[in-house]
Design a protein around this ligand. Structure first.
Ligand SMILES: Cc1cc2nc3c(=O)[nH]c(=O)nc-3n(C[C@H](O)[C@H](O)[C@H](O)COP(=O)(O)O)c2cc1C
Length: 313
């Protein structure tokens, strides 16, 4: 395949991104970039590709994978420094971080019950009680409660939550219950089964859901076969440190939505909230969640909680 001609700046991006690809995938990945870039160059009738075109081609292959750091740093270094580098050491830059909540625009069905007949159970996968995700969950629960629903929250950090031990007892013929293990998880499953709507909140750790949530999801294996019951409404609340609201982390949230869907829970409300990083790690100087300083952003969680039980608002 003929390699396209790139400007010096575009070549640098090309090389940086390729160097981040797993070595055994590099040649295939490069082939995909070349094909897409060549098509874009043909379409735009250019002989030499600049950085914008190279970024567009790579994005078309990778989705948002490099959006948090590589591209943002290259496209707008001043903003990148202000939002990513400075808040790590400078308190003023930290407190100036624009905390944002994105309420996803997704199609959803109408609830089949009135809010007064509905029970909502929220599961928080962050270890921090009073952290940003916790505050967002509480706001969503307040919205659901104001609409008439009864609500409850469980902190995974506070319950006895074992790893899945791969015993497959839950698959044995005649097995009627949830999990064979005697920790607190079956109690949570029972509450989920008895509920009409389930909220899953979690922080992004290492580019994926927190370990607490990950371990909890492994335990869902025993819920296969519709054990939770049908027709449940779901809400996902993902928080992360990166200050960019449209980013790679959307895919982490989508993965959680996918798990809910697989277990018969329709994600009808999804929130992503970002910017919880820097010198004080998402908290203010009194140890309170930074999100509390952004009432307009919090309002989105309240409205989403209402809509979870009452339909669109
Ligand atoms: C172990 C660990 C790993 C993290 N990894 C990431 C990450 O990969 N990307 C990111 O943007 N933020 C990351 N963060 C920041 C958290 O996602 C962020 O502080 C989160 O929103 C905190 O939520 P909470 O206030 O509800 O606990 C990490 C934080 C910790 C403690």
């Amino acid at each position: 395949m003929m390699e396209p001609v790139l400007t010096e700046e575009a070549q640098e991006i090309w090389d940086t991104v390729l160097s981040m690809s797993l070595s055994f995938k590099r040649e295939t990945t490069k082939g995909k970039y070349i094909r897409i870039l060549s098509l874009l160059m043909q379409e735009q009738d250019v002989k030499e590709a600049g950085k914008e075109l190279v970024i567009e081609a790579i994005r078309m292959v990778e989705g948002k994978r490099f959006d948090n750091h590589v591209f943002r740093r290259i496209e707008d270094p001043a903003t990148y420094k202000r939002l990513v580098i400075d808040p790590k050491t400078d308190l003023d830059a930290y407190f100036a971080l624009p905390i944002q909540v994105k309420r996803w625009d997704i199609p959803s069905s109408k609830p089949t019950k009135s809010p007064k007949e509905m029970k909502v159970i929220a599961v928080n996968g962050s270890p921090r009680r009073g952290g940003n995700g916790d505050v967002l969950i509480d706001e969503a629960l307040r919205g659901a409660e104001d609409a008439g629903a009864s609500v409850e929250k469980i902190m995974l950090q506070k319950i006895k939550l074992n790893f899945c031990i791969s015993c497959y007892k839950c698959e044995q013929p005649g097995w009627a219950g949830f999990c064979s293990q005697k920790d607190d998880v079956n109690g949570v499953f029972q509450k989920m089964a008895d509920s009409d709507a389930i909220i899953i909140g979690f922080p992004v750790y290492m580019g994926r859901e927190s370990g607490q949530l990950c371990i909890f999801f492994d335990r869902w294996y025993c819920l296969s076969g519709g054990k939770l019951g049908a027709g449940k409404r779901g809400m996902v609340i993902g928080t992360y440190g990166s200050p960019f609201v449209d980013s790679f982390y959307d895919s982490v949230i989508e993965k959680v939505m996918f798990i809910l869907t697989n277990f018969g829970i329709e994600p009808v409300e999804v929130l992503s909230a970002c910017g919880f990083i820097g010198v004080l790690g998402g908290l203010d100087d009194k140890g309170k969640a930074m999100i509390l300083r952004f009432p307009k952003e919090l309002e989105k969680a309240y409205q989403a909680g209402k809509s979870l039980v009452a339909g669109e608002s």
